[in-house]
Design a protein. Structure first.
Length: 308
């Protein structure tokens, strides 16, 4: 059975963070996991306190305690009006970078999962996926459930039991870790789990003089059969006792095929692995995971590869 030691849900009072909080509370209730609701004060008026030695590098930013108390009360009201949760721990941090404070709390709190939306309250950055969410995704030490802008809204009290799960597999270490998490969710809910691998055949293949359409078709069929075999081999026989597993191999760009299959199968959860460490990984992240989140109609669970 899947165990979530603690769930961390950052909020900024936006509708996006309200929906994320509903999912976080539902997961907390189902898995009997402690829930921490975090708000980072980055928009309050501040006072600068210069170093007595006159070094500008030592300047610190101070927010009045009364402002923190007011914001904590606002968070408590937001949580109560959204999910009626009186058992959630409320943490209010002050800082200049919300991403850093979220990651710090996740590490200090020992979070197993971060649940967050993508639209914040301010600026174009939040319209474009959400700069804070995107940066947290790159660095998070644990899985992140992202509630994208087009995800169907859910009512408070809805069980966070995902019944139709899509897991993207490219046979990398990160995608195999994602599969492990997808199987845990699927077995918990007796759900249907679809494993999807997308093949990108080069367009130039059909332009090779010595290749006929029949040659290309045979190549496609052979590749599809091999990848289907590999997908099926990933699923332990015992897992099929507790959930239904299907495998699909599609031709096309991964992000596009993931979004298309998720819509076709009415998935209520997409699970993906991501490296998110080196420059190349971040480029791949931007072209795949990022794109999926932008277009998904359901939450996306991003499972990072542990450092080291």
């Amino acid at each position: 059975m899947l165990t979530l030691r603690r769930i961390l849900c950052p909020i900024d009072f936006s509708e996006s963070s309200r929906q994320a909080l509903i999912y976080a509370k539902a997961l907390s209730s189902w898995y009997e996991s402690p829930l921490t609701v975090l708000h980072v004060c980055v928009d309050l008026p501040v006072f600068e306190m210069a170093s007595p030695f006159g070094h500008s590098a030592s300047t610190t930013v101070v927010i009045e305690e009364s402002q923190i108390a007011e914001r904590r009360a606002a968070v408590r009201t937001f949580v109560w009006s959204t999910v009626g949760a009186d058992s959630a721990e409320i943490v209010v941090r002050e800082g200049t970078d919300a991403k850093d404070e979220i990651l710090k709390e996740a590490g200090t709190d020992g979070a197993s999962m971060i649940v967050m939306g993508t639209h914040g309250r301010s600026g174009i950055d939040h319209v474009l996926l959400g700069s804070i969410t995107e940066r947290v995704l790159h660095k998070a030490p644990c899985a992140i459930l992202v509630v994208p802008p087009h995800a169907a809204t859910v009512e408070p009290g809805t069980p966070a039991i995902f019944k139709r799960i899509l897991c993207a597999i490219d046979f990398s270490t990160s995608s195999l870790l994602a599969l492990s998490r997808a199987l845990e969710f699927a077995q918990e809910a007796d759900a249907r789990l679809t494993l999807l691998h997308a093949i990108e055949f080069p367009a130039a293949l059909r332009e090779i003089v010595f290749s006929t359409d029949a040659d290309v078709d045979r190549l496609h069929a052979a590749a599809e059969a091999e990848y289907l075999r590999r997908l099926r081999a990933l699923v332990p026989a015992r897992a099929r006792t507790y959930c239904t597993v299907a495998t699909r191999v599609n031709e096309g760009k991964p992000a596009r095929e993931i979004a298309r299959v998720a819509a076709e199968e009415r998935a209520d959860l997409i699970v993906m692995g991501v490296h998110g460490r080196g420059a190349l990984d971040l480029m791949v992240f931007g072209s795949n995971t990022n794109s999926v989140i932008r277009n998904a109609r359901c939450p996306v669970l991003v499972v990072p590869t542990p450092r080291g």
